[in-house]
Ligand binder design. Structure first.
Ligand SMILES: [Zn+2]
Length: 511
């Protein structure tokens, strides 16, 4: 194995910091705010060991002066596609386009000035366009160059004929979506080269996340082999805690290594551990493939599951028997309902990923079964217009964070980056205000308070206390601002992070 980098000191004394009151994962009542005066926090060997006034500095510990800044547990993003997020910065940006014509304009501009080789675009959302794009119109502007345009929710791609042939997909005049696209996506890397996923690119991605106070994330990238993270660590990519998810295709490899959820990955340091088995049970709103109890108002159909409920049970039983949590992607209310049936019958543990539209009764059931809701509030900003179009009479059941919270479900937040940006402050802001800019919030009855949004972002850790891992974020302003929900969301979006420590080591530092 490659030689490991020497580690920076994991012991230090942080002076004069204000501890932010944060609810733990199983809230009873909000803890009393620690005394209003700044305190010292002592970290030894990656753990918080003491909190108090005027603590003496042990000889081997460094000292930092927080100068009254605010301290919270390090933040987590519970749903990231890290490879895709790392690549997105290298891709042709198609976000904000409103028609096939606008996308084609950007493609033409890129072909005129951009480097040779395949063009990868990202970020258009065609569901609300007046018509769907065609392969022939893309061919007409690209000629033989390989062009692949991935939609902003990652569930379909608009390819030209050269790209279709190159990925061994059958000729057609429509986009490639869902399972067919996921399968093709797996082969993309080997065809287009690393496309910006070098160790340097990864290191930068993790540094950018640490600069937002992120201490850990769940990496649910597709088709990630067991060796991917050990190789990255050997190349020096080691900064944040990473939980690595397995998919059906890669599961045998992880099981053969005897890994259960929480185990360190072989060949990695303590930060990289085994995550859940991820199963994509239904599709997405934008592609009409989220599985619903009622038909879509536009386009008809109820969507469909990607696998039968029976197969889901087999997989979840398998996961439970091997000590793996299950993370079940379920967006439509029928998918959420059936996934909960499967949790109940298999006694698997884990999370529903997205839970974008649900029935109230299923929110209560999720609480009874102890299944987490892993929600990406950033999606509600993007999906609002399409949800109003496709599910007009159901929008009061979309992203129902208030139901989930009040029913006692453990809610955890994430980005699903690159679908929304890897930015926990943007996620919290969307949960707190549910609207872009100063727009009226969308179903404000489902907003979370800032206390709740913060608690849903700290991986279950409440107010920093002795015994916690030294995963800490030091903030330039109070993360529990007062004001209207809009003002609070603005303050969260503008948050600046002075320092982030992971396992007691500096991951970001500006003091
Ligand atoms: Zn995802």
């Amino acid at each position: 194995m490659a030689q490991r980098r020497p580690v920076t000191a994991a012991s230090f004394l942080l002076r004069n910091t204000r501890l932010v009151p944060v609810m733990p994962a199983t809230p009873t009542v909000l803890p009393d705010p620690p005394v209003g005066i700044p305190l010292d926090v002592l970290v030894i060997d990656g753990r918080v060991v003491e909190v108090g006034e005027n603590l003496p500095r042990p000889p081997r510990a460094n000292e930092h002066d927080a100068d009254g800044r605010w301290l919270i547990p390090g933040l987590w993003d519970q749903h990231v596609h890290l490879d895709q997020w790392t690549q997105v910065s290298q891709r042709l940006d198609l976000t904000g386009t409103r028609s096939a014509e606008e996308v084609l304009d950007r493609v033409v501009a890129r072909l005129r000035v951009g480097p040779e080789g395949p063009v990868l675009g990202w970020g258009h959302r065609s569901a609300a366009w007046t018509r769907q794009p065609t392969v022939s119109e893309l061919d007409a502007v690209t000629g033989d160059r390989t062009v692949i345009l991935i939609s902003g929710d990652g569930h379909n791609a608009w390819l030209n004929s050269t790209a279709l042939a190159w990925l061994r997909l059958s000729a057609r005049d429509t986009v490639v979506s869902e399972q067919e696209w996921f399968q093709a996506y797996i082969h993309l890397g080997s065809l287009v080269g690393d496309q910006g996923t070098s160790p340097d690119a990864y290191r930068q991605t993790l540094k950018d996340a640490a600069a937002k106070g992120i201490a850990g994330l769940v990496d649910l990238e597709f088709d990630q082999s067991l060796s991917a993270w050990p190789e990255r660590e050997a190349a020096g990519v080691e900064l944040l805690r990473i939980k690595v998810g397995a998919y059906i295709d890669t599961l045998p490899e992880f099981l053969a290594a005897g890994l259960v959820t929480g185990d360190p990955l072989p060949g990695c340091g303590p930060l990289v551990t085994m995550g859940p088995l991820k199963v994509i049970f239904d599709g997405s709103l934008n592609t009409h493939t989220a599985w619903c109890c009622e038909p879509y108002a536009v386009g008809g159909g109820k969507g469909a599951p990607n696998l039968t409920p029976g197969t889901l049970r087999v997989l979840m039983t398998h996961a439970r028997e091997h000590g793996l949590e299950a993370a079940i992607h379920a967006i439509g209310d029928a998918a959420v309902h059936e996934a909960l049936n499967a949790f109940e019958q298999t006694r698997a543990t884990g999370s529903i990923e997205h839970a974008q539209m649900i029935q109230r009764a299923d929110s209560r059931r999720m609480a009874q079964l102890g299944i987490r809701a892993s929600v990406q509030p950033g999606h509600l900003l993007d999906d609002q217009p399409v949800a109003e179009l496709f599910w007009p009479e159901r929008t009061h059941r979309c992203f129902p964070l208030r139901w989930l919270y009040d029913d006692g479900v453990q809610v955890v937040l994430g980005s699903d980056a690159p679908v929304s940006p890897l930015d926990p402050w943007a996620s919290m802001a969307a949960a707190v205000h549910r609207g872009k800019d100063d727009n009226e919030p969308w179903h404000p009855e489902h907003t979370l308070t800032v206390h709740e949004a913060l608690a849903a972002s700290t991986h279950g850790f409440g107010t920093v206390a002795p015994g916690h891992p030294a995963d800490l974020a030091l903030l330039e302003s109070d993360p529990l601002p007062s004001g209207s929900s809009y003002e609070q969301a603005q303050a969260l979006r503008a948050m600046r992070v002075a320092a982030t420590w992971v396992n007691g080591r500096q991951a970001h530092y500006t003091l």
